[in-house]
Design a protein around this ligand. Structure first.
Ligand SMILES: [Zn+2]
Length: 322
């Protein structure tokens, strides 16, 4: 009797379980960070992971909503009611020889669960010196933290584009946080000092832009103030194809699309941020334009649609990993 016949006979006898199988090794740990690649007209794009920041408890982060209403909505959407986990999706646009990064992650400022950008880039075969342009959506530490390491520019070959309004706000002697619900004023002062140091150090690389500025014939900046005074969304286009990078317009797909008015703790002007959030969501829903959110669930791509009086995020899905 050959081995196959023996196995077959044993299986028929219900004795297959006695055959010593090789013990399963543990699942492999990540050897490479994942990235998501796609095309927009002639442009090549890639989303890289910088990690995540866990916001817990939920309600204080969305301060104009009640704990009860927020929990109900999270539960209804099969999400944790204990925390909102913010991803950090870094978009890289390649146009011919230009590599354009939109925001740079946390750097080392938020612990080991974020600050992965350089590793993610290395795993995707991209070196820091390949980056020719960086667009800063706004100057919060989870967006500019990756610009500087050990008091040196991480991307020495890059022109760093920043809204003139945003630069002026952070570089002023005093910032007006009176319309924000952020309570920890000491932490705000610390963040402001780090932001000022970063921009002073990178002064020779900075390029300040005005509203509606065009960059490299494939990008148009649009002021979307409230989260910060100079917060911008980035229109990326090639031919008739368009993608809008909405940066920090929305920090929770489940909570803020139906309820833009619940606001975000980190908004510098929470009322203006709500107005802007509604305006941009409506424009995206009306035009059916694809969007990417910096903090939305990986890789952050999707569309906005209306559902009665509310907005809704429809995340893009994929037939296979790409
Ligand atoms: Zn952010």
């Amino acid at each position: 009797m050959d081995r196959r016949t023996i196995l077959k006979s044993l299986a028929l006898l219900g004795a297959a379980a006695v055959i010593p199988f090789r013990k399963l090794a543990a699942f492999p740990s990540y050897s490479k960070r994942p990235y998501h690649q796609f095309k927009l007209g002639e442009l090549e794009l890639m989303v890289l992971a910088d990690g995540h920041i866990n916001l817990s408890p939920v309600q204080p982060n969305f301060p104009n909503g009640t704990e009860k209403a927020e929990k109900e909505l999270l539960q209804k959407s099969f999400r944790s009611t204990d925390a909102v986990d913010l991803g950090m999706n870094i978009l890289l646009v390649k146009k011919e020889n230009d590599f354009i990064l939109i925001d740079t992650g946390t750097g080392s400022g938020f612990g080991p669960s974020s600050g992965w950008l350089l590793q993610s880039m290395e795993d995707a075969g991209i070196k820091p010196e390949n980056i020719t342009h960086i667009i800063i959506s706004h100057a919060h530490p989870d967006h500019i933290g990756g610009l500087v390491k050990a008091e040196k520019s991480v991307f020495p070959a890059a022109t760093i584009h920043l809204s003139r309004i945003e630069h002026a706000f952070w570089m002023a002697a005093k910032q007006d946080f009176s319309k924000s619900k952020f309570q920890d004023k000491d932490l705000l002062a610390k963040f402001t000092a780090i932001t000022q140091q970063t921009f002073k150090l990178l002064q020779s690389q900075l390029h300040l832009f005005e509203d509606k500025a065009e960059i490299l014939g494939c990008i148009r900046m649009e002021l979307a103030p409230g989260h910060t005074p100079g917060h911008c969304v980035t229109h990326i286009y090639s031919g008739s194809d368009q993608l809008v990078h909405i940066a920090d317009l929305v920090h929770s797909d489940v909570l803020l699309f139906p309820h833009p008015e619940w606001g975000f703790n980190g908004d510098t002007d929470i009322e203006l941020a709500t107005k802007t959030r509604r305006r941009v969501m409506k424009a995206l829903a009306d035009s059916r334009t694809k969007a990417i959110g910096y903090h939305l669930p990986w890789p952050g791509l999707g569309h906005v649609r209306t559902n009665g009086n509310e907005f809704e995020w429809v995340a893009e899905t994929y037939a296979f990993p790409a």
